[in-house]
Write a protein that binds this ligand. Sequence first.
Ligand SMILES: NC(=O)c1ccc[n+]([C@@H]2O[C@H](COP(=O)([O-])OP(=O)(O)OC[C@H]3O[C@@H](n4cnc5c(N)ncnc54)[C@H](OP(=O)(O)O)[C@@H]3O)[C@@H](O)[C@H]2O)c1
Length: 332
Amino acid sequence: MIMHPKIFVAGHRGMVGSAIVRQLLAQGHPAERIVTRTHAELDLTDQAAVRAFFAAERPDQVYLAAAKVGGIHANNTYPAEFIYQNLMIEANIVDAAFRNGVKKLLFLGSSCIYPKLAPHPMREDSLLTGALEPTNEPYAIAKIAGIKLCESYNRQYGETHGVDYRSVMPTNLYGPGDNYHPENSHVIPALIRRFHEAKVNQAPSVAIWGSGMPRREFLYVDDVAAACLHVMNLPLSTYSQRTQPMLSHINVGCGHDITIRELAGTIARVVGYAGDIAFDPTKPNGMQRKLLDSTRLNSLGWQPQVGLVAGLETAYQDFLDNHTAQPRGTTA
Ligand SMILES: NC(=O)c1ccc[n+]([C@@H]2O[C@H](COP(=O)([O-])OP(=O)(O)OC[C@H]3O[C@@H](n4cnc5c(N)ncnc54)[C@H](OP(=O)(O)O)[C@@H]3O)[C@@H](O)[C@H]2O)c1
């Protein structure tokens, strides 16, 4: 066994990749044994460049947290980019990893792989049982291909070459490094920005689309990073007992969901916004519910550590430090 494997974290400047690097360092992994490349240094859609990188660096393990990621609008507007870039990133990394002797790889997908009408909570065996949500189908198809890449390399090269490539499917994530873009961000960073701006501008009310009744699950990004290391480091015999060669991915969620109304109230309290929150039920709600069944991961010995309020406080501090001109102590 290698004492400190050389680890490539693909996408280390993203929200999840940076949390995986933090988690590796927190667990005592030496910084000099972590390999990273920015997008500018290595375009992961470039097969020749990826092969050359792996041949030169020869990492022992890979966390595949690089992806072209975006919200509904971006997915709808750029479907070709979403399917092409994600397929290329995954295929290039998985194959170059295999060619260069990487035994252990962890691929990150997302809960959008499940059918639109999958029963809740969504279990791993819902995969490929029905039609996908059309808005992000190209992205979801690429993520399903990533799972099948890992499984196919395991099936063909597991016994002969010791290949052991695993996949995790996280729920909605939030935390440091999130995208706070005013039009193109997920619900938590969008609400943090809007309540913060309403507080600073002393706005009497914040309007939120929909009834507030849809339910969503949220996980703090350092928890998902800890789950990634946990799954990567499980003994193969343990992992194999809980998975199947062609149904190998593992959900990563906190196990419970809350309404958007409850979420908005909690974020308003964390941010310190005391005005009204006005829901507009004439606007679309999106899916009523999205909750993962994470019992497979729980049965493998992992539990989340960070509660929603504590996680939101850290996220808000990150927003103040990195996405506004004012540090927290100086805001209204
Ligand atoms: N965020 C969530 O709520 C969430 C939930 C479930 C699953 N996930 C999964 O977690 C993974 C990471 O998501 P994230 O939220 O951390 O995304 P992110 O913040 O956008 O990070 C993705 C990273 O990948 C890099 N990248 C993209 N294309 C690349 C390319 N062609 N070559 C090299 N680097 C490239 C990006 O660099 P540039 O920015 O420079 O392009 C960025 O640093 C994804 O697979 C996603 O599906 C995320």
